[in-house]
Every structure is written in C-alpha cells, then in structure tokens.
Design a protein around this ligand. Structure first.
Ligand code: E4P
Length: 217
C-alpha cells in the first residue's frame, strides 16, 4: 500500500519525506487556503520534495475550464496529478485527460456508482472520503469495500486512494480491504508507528542495558 500525505505544509512534508515512507502528496483548495501561499508555488515546492504523485486540484466547475486549469497544473512538474471533483463535468474532463495521458485523481467520491463512472472514464485514482462518510453516520469503509469489489470484477486499473482519513484504524482497515493508496494528515503518520508497549519495552531494555555497563561501539 502506498502512503500519501494530505498536506500543503512543506516543512512537515520535508520532515516526513526524510523517513523514506512518503510515496506521494495530496492537496485540496482548503489545504492551499490554510498554507496562505500561492498555489502554483506550493505545488512546485512539494513536487521537488517528493518525487511521487502530487495531486493538485482544479477550482473550475465546467469541463472546458477544468481542462484548461488541469493542463496548467500538469505543466508545473511531471509528477503532478490533476485532481478533479466527481461531477458530470469532472468526469468529462477526466476522459479528456485520460486521452492525453495526463494523470488524474477524481475526488469527493461518496458512492460506489460514482467510483464506477470514474473508472470508466479512465481516472488514475479515485478518492473515496472515509471520514466524512463516518461523520454522517455511514461506514466509510463499506464504500472502500464496494469499490474494491467492483474494480476487481471488471479489472479496472483505477487505483483506490482512501481519503479523509482520521486515524490509524482507518489505515489498517483500508489496507485489509486492499485500497491501493491511503492519504493521511501528518498527525496520523506518527499514529502508524507509535505504540505505548514499544515505548515501555524500549525504556526497560535501555535501563537493563545501562546496568551492564557495556558499550557496543
Ligand atoms: C483527499 O484528497 C482530501 O484532500 C482529504 O483527504 C479530505 O480530508 P478531510 O475530510 O479531512 O478534509
């Protein structure tokens, strides 16, 4: 499973990328607004920091304008993935990008039929939003399960990018179901490796080691 960071904070991205565990980055208009910086500049910087796929989202709502914006975003760097909302116009734009071999991430997916259409128009990634479905009393993980089954039934190559992740359990469940990618907020990254029993065990090992008076080097 690939791990993407859902962030526009370039300092945090640089720090976490240094672990070698970050395969890509996703952004959205809300995260760009939070950065307080010009979008094209932030995306270019992220593309330099992480060589993997970097999603940059269009702001237009008509297919023609999405295509124009997407081409401008794709020209920033070879690893840009054009992020498009899952609307009728978004699907039309996605098909146009597929024809030109421009990679796409179809976002704001909340149903399996939406995901089916995204695959039919050749989306590179589909982004089902788990946390936002959970917030509304649904089980976001059911959507990941349904999409996995549909894509496997027909051999669609569109990759399932589990988004709107709130905690490590979401990552675990998405991995068990077989999502191809998970995009996580930086705060969830630490949750993936931290465990209180690891900390407790290490503390004891270090104490016992110190009592031996030995040194390995
Ligand atoms: C994914 O591409 C989105 O940017 C993101 O995961 C949305 O997450 P949120 O529901 O926490 O805003």
């Amino acid at each position: 499973m690939q791990i993407f960071l859902d962030s526009t904070d370039t300092k945090v991205i640089a720090d976490l990328a240094s672990t070698g565990l970050v395969d890509g980055v996703t952004t959205n208009p809300t995260l760009i607004a939070k950065s307080g910086r010009p979008m094209l500049e932030v995306i270019a910087e992220i593309c330099d920091l992480v060589p993997g796929p970097i999603s940059a989202e269009v702001a237009a709502t008509t297919a023609d304008a999405m295509i124009a914006e997407g081409k401008k975003l794709a020209a920033i760097a070879p690893n840009v993935v054009v992020k498009i909302p899952l609307t009728r116009d978004g699907l039309i734009a996605c098909a146009a990008f597929a024809d030109e071999e421009i990679k796409t991430n179809v976002t704001l997916c909340f149903s399996a039929t939406q995901a089916l259409l995204a695959a039919k128009v050749g989306a590179t990634y589909i982004s089902p939003f788990i946390g936002r479905l959970d917030d509304y009393g649904f089980d976001g993980m059911d959507l990941i399960r349904d999409i996995r089954a549909i894509y496997d039934n027909y051999g669609y190559e569109t990759e399932i990018l589990a988004a709107s992740v709130r905690h490590a359990a979401h990552v675990k469940e998405a991995a068990i179901i077989g999502a191809d990618v998970v995009t996580i907020p930086p705060a969830v990254f630490a949750e993936l490796y931290k465990h209180p029993l690891t900390d407790k065990g290490l503390e004891q090992f270090l104490k016992d080691w110190a009592s031996t008076g030995q040194s390995i080097l």
